[in-house]
Design a binder for this molecule. Structure first.
Ligand SMILES: [Zn+2]
Length: 71
């Protein structure tokens, strides 16, 4: 089952779809302005512009178990 999450870019107001397996703290690129956005909330999804210029390049390879903290 995949839940599609649609979010709005805080920078350019472009709406785009989030991958359903993203979690809080992950960063995505806006499809409109290519800015890096960090996911700060999931329900409802909320994005925040990443101000930190020292951005790690996360490789989402999808293998390995990630622990999920659910509140
Ligand atoms: Zn944008």
């Amino acid at each position: 089952m995949s839940v599609e999450k649609k979010v709005k870019c805080p920078v350019c107001d472009e709406s785009f779809q989030l991958d359903s397996d993203l979690e809080i703290g992950n960063t995505v690129c806006c499809s409109g302005c290519c800015v890096d956005l960090r996911i700060t909330k999931l329900n409802p999804p909320k994005l925040e512009e990443v101000m930190d210029s020292n951005i790690d390049n996360y490789d989402d390879e999808g293998d390995g178990d990630q622990e999920e903290d659910e509140f």
